[in-house]
Ligand binder design. Structure first.
Ligand code: ATP
Length: 220
């Protein structure tokens, strides 16, 4: 689903970076924090900023948060405030509520009360950095589900000049190349005859284990 208007509640490090990024991307963002200093810091950057305590449902109604397509609860340390805010947003009928969880239990509670997407920024970033450190050719990846991942792999010199047919990643490793990003071009759904050159970015789909096995085999 594509959203056009966002509200970000809690303008700590995570919330303020997220809100700024959404504004940079051209979206309208209302930033809310109970701490007026945080609100002042961002008032020149965001579309609207409000100092308010979001554990009060009257406040949420007055702010019209119901009219936002997506509301992100970026309150972390105060777990009670995070959970109360999320419940009130769901009760008010906000279409999509995204909430940050500090840990597993916090996340499970948020899921139980109907939060549409729970994110674990510290854990997700740690997992991402760990994979990038041990497999430097894996530039980035997105977990599509528990089993499937899309990853970008920078083609090592060892496979330069080979066709996708010769590499035969699906038969050998179980993962498929869904796109090949060349210097000035991107080949979507490449064929067996397409040639991989060093530093091309191969976009792969498979399990993270399959993709890591391919990376290891290509670099050894
Ligand atoms: P980060 O790591 O992103 O800096 P954090 O995990 O330390 O954040 P907190 O400091 O708990 O998270 O919360 C982030 C922001 O949420 C703070 O600026 C805080 O003032 C704000 N906040 C906390 N409770 C409420 C509330 N009830 N209503 C509105 N804002 C709140």
């Amino acid at each position: 689903m594509k959203y056009s208007q966002f509200a970000v509640i809690g303008l700590g490090r995570f919330g303020s970076n997220l809100a700024n990024e959404l504004v940079e991307a051209g979206y309208e963002v209302m930033g809310i924090d109970k701490n007026p200093d945080k609100v002042d810091d961002l008032s020149d950057h965001l579309t609207f900023t409000v100092a308010a305590d979001t554990t009060d449902d009257e406040v949420l109604k007055e702010l019209g948060v119901r009219n936002f397509d997506c509301v992100i609860v970026a309150i972390g340390n105060d777990i009670q405030a995070s959970i109360m805010t999320a419940i009130l947003l769901k009760d008010l009928g906000v279409k999509t509520v995204v909430a940050k969880a500090l840990g597993e239990l916090h996340g499970r509670v948020l899921e139980k009360i109907g939060v549409d997407r729970v994110i674990y920024p510290e854990k997700d970033m740690a997992v991402r950095v760990a994979h990038q450190l041990v497999q430097p050719n894996i530039l980035d990846f997105i977990e599509l589900s528990k089993n499937y991942t899309i990853a970008e792999l920078s083609a090592p010199s060892r496979i330069s000049g080979k066709t996708l047919g010769e590499l035969d990643t699906r038969a050998k490793f179980g993962c498929s190349v869904v796109a090949l990003h060349k210097k000035d071009d991107i080949i979507v759904a490449p064929s067996a005859n397409d040639v991989v050159e060093e530093a091309d970015i191969m976009v792969l789909i498979g399990t993270i284990q399959q993709i890591e096995k391919l990376e290891e085999a290509c670099t050894k």
